[in-house]
Design a protein around this ligand. Structure first.
Ligand code: KIV
Ligand code: ZN
Length: 506
């Protein structure tokens, strides 16, 4: 008999804590909707007390996403729990997730609390959360480095106070699989009231063992697993959702456990998260990496041609990655384009479909063939774009290796009209950014800039990403074009639009 494991997705909270992965409200909403389509059981939408921006995005997700439980993290403090409840209270199924560290090192140096104080605080804050919400999760932070008998007492007290889920995090990714399984078994055996709560685990990947530890914990009786799309998260990240889920599916005879997800949404979800956060998925990443289903060696290709199961333990189709790819180009019609979108798990409404088809046609005029990656790049760019306070109208560059670069940029303004400025810079991109700064009149610091090609080939689209900072806050922008300077300018303008949108609500 197989049991169902609950998938608690924390891409929007722990995942967002990864350096350079912060998302704005629209981006978080887009990811939350996609997690809904994927069918996760719980979305941890953020840490409401962390900042007004975090609060607003948790509240918006709670208001709009239907299906999964929507949780907010909260330290075991009344003000955090108050903020968490305020943010999630309109959810169809709200959860408050409160945590307190139980390891000696955290209690002594971070909390400066004695173990008996930690035990009392854990129970009283669960009770405090319970006055608001029936569904309360308690996490014993740094559980894997805690004294097991003490951990068991804290968990028992949290359940007694009303916790409906108790979570055992390997906060610093220190555990190894056999030992972590032993800890989960120990808790399951010695905590007398454990049957009244769901037993959960949350593993970090500092030693590359997050997924292995999570699977070992499932083997030992864990009923909920906390994970992130593409394994995003603090430091080396969290356990990767797609790897856990596909391990359970592929080795179901071993784990006797299933999940209630629509597996065909795994690939589209991975692409969306990568696109929104700017965190590329490494080519050899399990399940969703570019090479995960590519067979290079002749002997492997021969085997696969004879019978795919010789070298494939799961199919690309099972995660929503179509195998037979039609080549799209300028002669492709709307029907073929729409069918391709559907195969990629992209379901735009009528209006969006018309705009995307227009953009596809423009791209097909500039590129011989339009690959899946090109289409995904078009779609992802559209999905999360802030309103355009500024739009690129045209630019002219004068550049060379023996002269200073000059750029003239003209932007269309939201309130009507255009503005044009000229600037000299160290190369055409620098000159263009300086011309834009003159138009916008903002003091921006360019924190990060990267340029990559969406596909191979001389006519490939360039994808530019920039992160700019202004008054202590960072804003991301992304631009696409077969011309890398245009892509860079568009990315810079997109970051500025994000800034204007967030600061002035434009
Ligand atoms: O890693 C951790 O311990 C956490 C908890 C707050 C659940 O993220
Ligand atoms: Zn964590």
């Amino acid at each position: 008999m197989s049991r169902t494991i609950a998938i608690f997705d924390t891409t929007l909270r722990d995942g967002e804590q990864a350096p350079g992965c912060s998302m704005n409200l629209e981006e978080k909403l887009e990811v939350a909707r996609q997690l809904g389509r994927l069918g996760v059981d719980v979305i941890e939408a953020g840490f409401a007390a962390a900042s007004p921006g975090d609060f607003a995005s948790v509240r918006e997700i709670a208001r709009t996403v239907r299906g999964p439980v929507v949780a907010s993290l909260a330290r075991a403090l009344p003000k955090d729990i108050d903020a968490a409840w305020e943010a999630v209270k309109e959810a169809e199924r709200p959860r408050i997730h409160t945590f307190l560290a139980t390891s000696a090192i955290h209690m002594e140096h971070k909390l400066r609390m004695r173990p008996d104080e930690v035990l009392a605080q854990a129970a009283s804050m669960v009770r405090y959360a319970k006055q608001y919400c029936q569904d309360v999760e308690f996490s014993a932070e740094d559980a894997s480095r805690s004294e097991p008998a003490f951990l068991a007492r804290v968990i028992e007290a949290a359940i007694e106070a009303g916790a409906t889920t108790v979570n055992i995090p390997d906060t610093v990714g220190y555990a190894v699989p056999a030992e972590f399984a032993e800890l989960v078994s120990f808790i399951a055996q010695v905590v007398p009231n454990i049957g009244r709560a769901t037993l959960s685990v949350h593993c970090h990947n500092d030693l590359g063992l997050a997924v292995a530890n999570t699977l070992a914990a499932i083997g030992a009786g864990a009923q909920q697993v906390e994970c992130t799309v593409n394994g995003l998260g603090e430091r080396a990240g969290n356990a990767a959702l797609e790897e856990i889920v596909m391990a359970l599916k592929t080795r179901c005879e071993h784990y006797h456990a299933t999940v209630g997800l629509d597996l065909a949404q795994i690939y589209p979800t991975s692409r969306l998260v990568s696109s929104v956060t700017g965190m590329k998925v490494q080519a050899n990443k399990a399940v969703v990496g570019d090479n995960a289903f590519a067979h290079e060696a002749g002997i492997h290709q021969h085997g696969v041609l004879a019978n795919r199961a010789t070298y494939e333990i799961m199919t690309p189709e099972s995660i929503g990655l179509p195998r037979n790819r039609m080549v799209l180009g300028k002669h492709s019609g709307r029907h073929a384009f729409m069918e391709r979108l559907g195969q990629l798990g992209i379901l735009p409404d009528e209006g969006q479909a018309a705009i995307l088809f227009e953009e596809f046609k423009e791209l097909a005029d500039r590129k011989k063939t339009v690959a899946d990656r090109d289409i995904e790049a078009l779609v992802m760019g559209r999905a999360v774009q802030p309103p355009e306070s500024f739009r690129l109208d045209r630019f002219v560059i004068n550049s060379g290796n023996s002269i200073a670069s000059t750029s003239t940029v003209r932007l269309a303004l939201k309130e009507g009209g255009q503005a044009e400025r000229v600037a000299v810079g160290d190369g055409p991109i620098d000159a263009s950014f300086k011309a834009i700064d003159k138009i916008v009149g903002a003091r921006l610091v360019l924190e990060d800039f990267s340029l990559s090609s969406v596909t191979g080939g001389k006519d490939a689209q360039g994808e530019a990403r920039v992160r700019v900072a202004s008054e202590g806050r960072s804003y991301n922008g992304r631009g696409l074009s077969t011309d890398v300077i245009e892509a860079s300018i568009k990315a810079y303008i997109a970051a500025i639009n994000a800034m204007v949108h967030e600061t002035k609500g434009a």
